[in-house]
Ligand binder design. Structure first.
Ligand code: FES
Length: 162
């Protein structure tokens, strides 16, 4: 008889939910001439209401990055929200990792997102995943589309709006 894993170990993380921005943002791909080229932006979003508070418009700072090509599959772009999921400081896109644990030799050699408040660090090459620090999750992500020579930022992870 085979080993039966407990149900909890078979559970997958549910996919993140995304909601449309109030206004999509577009950037010409020519604005990203080489890997790690970046374009910061401010996105207008609608934060959901509750019984105690009506829905309201909020503005989130974000950044579009051109990542290094992976295996010749073409250029890839990502867009991340710069609000740290720990206590909402703004993270920096940087190669400066002073204060980040683990030890420097375990930190990837490419630019990271680093929070100046409590030194959470996030990996842009791993979907914004948390590498270090007290944040409970990775960076909130924007969904984008690359088409017709432009990168369009269209949606934000719903969890960023609460
Ligand atoms: S607010 Fe970013 S690590 Fe605490």
């Amino acid at each position: 008889m085979g080993l039966v894993r407990p149900a909890s170990s078979q559970r997958k993380k549910p996919p993140a939910a995304f909601v449309p921005l109030l206004e999509p943002l577009r950037f010409p791909t020519a604005d990203f001439p080489q890997p790690w080229s970046a374009a910061p932006f401010t996105a207008r979003c609608l934060a959901p209401g509750s019984a105690a508070r009506p829905a309201r418009e909020i503005r989130l700072q974000g950044i579009v990055l051109r990542l290094p090509d992976s295996g010749g599959n073409g250029t890839s772009f990502r867009a991340y929200c710069l609000t740290c999921p720990h206590e909402i400081c703004q993270v920096n896109f940087t190669t400066e990792t002073t204060g980040v644990e683990p030890a420097p030799e375990r930190i990837p050699p490419h630019p990271l997102f680093v929070c100046p408040c409590h030194f959470s660090a996030f990996d842009p090459l791993a979907d914004g995943e948390r590498l270090a620090g007290p944040a409970h999750r990775g960076l909130y992500r924007f969904k984008l589309e690359t088409r017709g020579g432009a990168v369009a930022v269209l949606r934000i992870e719903r969890a960023a709006l609460v």
